[in-house]
Ligand binder design. Structure first.
Ligand code: SF4
Length: 290
């Protein structure tokens, strides 16, 4: 295929308007856990109605369509320069069609570019060459409210009593959830990276959010920590949209990275309930979305 611009516009439309089935299912399950007549149920009902309306009317799920983050896995021989150009053209077109809100603001002049293009880092595009002949592109739309409450810790952390071990990771991640309350539109998802340097750690904490909710972590220690983190966060009682209740976090994903002996970073990316992501797969002339 020569020009994938139209296919990328469709990827953006679907990501912005059609919440993934596993995310919606987790919101429905959360509603069943909450006390009937509670503010938590009211908030979840409003969220679920919004999700259905957005899908039916092909309208953005949230007014903040976030930072578009593309993860492109391309076979040998594809031009990343051309793919970048087509993605950027698609972002401009999707903005014209109102699937994306103009969100790219020059931090020096404070001017909005009006078309969601900024420097090379806006939109964010990660490229990775892979085996085989299939091109896959994952798109995540990461809202500003939830991005603002992401956090990074350097262990050990004395005030939190967090040492350089998985219990220390749990303590700082829960501290991030506590500080995020009332912001970032709960219930949400925790992406946690353990290790790396400051940059790779934050990157990994976002990329791990691409995993499906039911995907099992192959590392049993991290799988156990994911479950514990979700349970402990839900004991905090922050609840949907901060109204109180049993559901603060819908799921947690953790990725372990190698680190320098001198460093032990823990990065937490919080993703709000509007966990918008889709995958486009291209093989030959066939394009599919999931
Ligand atoms: S945090 Fe999420 S749901 Fe809340 S305003 Fe931002 S994008 Fe929308």
């Amino acid at each position: 295929m020569d020009d994938l611009t139209e296919a990328f516009v469709e990827l953006i439309r679907l990501t912005s308007t059609d919440l993934p089935a596993d995310v919606e299912k987790s919101l429905v399950s959360a509603r069943e856990q909450e006390a009937q007549g509670s503010a938590a149920v009211g908030a979840l009902d409003t969220i679920l109605e919004n999700v259905s309306l957005a899908r039916r009317e092909s309208l953005p799920i949230c007014q903040d369509t976030g930072t578009p983050i593309f993860y492109v896995n391309y076979p040998e021989g594809w031009s990343t320069r051309k793919l970048r150009g087509q993605i950027r053209n698609a972002v401009v077109e999707a903005t014209k069609q109102s699937y994306l809100r103009p969100n790219a603001v020059d931090s020096v002049t404070d001017k909005n570019s009006g078309n969601n293009l900024g420097d090379d880092a806006f939109p964010t595009i990660h490229f990775e060459e892979v085996e085989g002949d299939e091109l896959t592109v994952d798109l995540m739309l990461k809202g500003g409210g939830c991005e603002n409450v992401g956090a990074q810790y350097s262990l050990p952390n004395g005030p939190l009593g967090a040492g350089r071990d998985l219990d220390g990771v749990r303590k700082v991640a829960l501290d991030a959830v506590q500080k995020a309350q009332g912001q970032g539109c709960a219930p949400g998802f925790l992406g946690v990276a353990v290790g790396g340097d400051r940059g790779s750690s934050f990157d990994a904490s976002k990329e791990v959010l691409l995993e499906k909710i039911d995907d099992a972590n192959p590392d049993q220690a991290l799988a156990d920590l994911e479950n514990r983190l979700t349970d402990d966060a839900n004991e905090m009682g922050i609840g949907p949209m901060g109204f109180g209740g049993k559901t603060t976090v819908l799921g947690s994903k953790i990725k372990g990275l190698h680190r320098l002996p001198a460093s032990f970073f823990v990065s937490i990316s919080y993703m709000c309930w509007a966990n918008r992501q889709k995958r486009m797969t291209i093989q030959g002339n066939s394009v599919t979305y999931s």
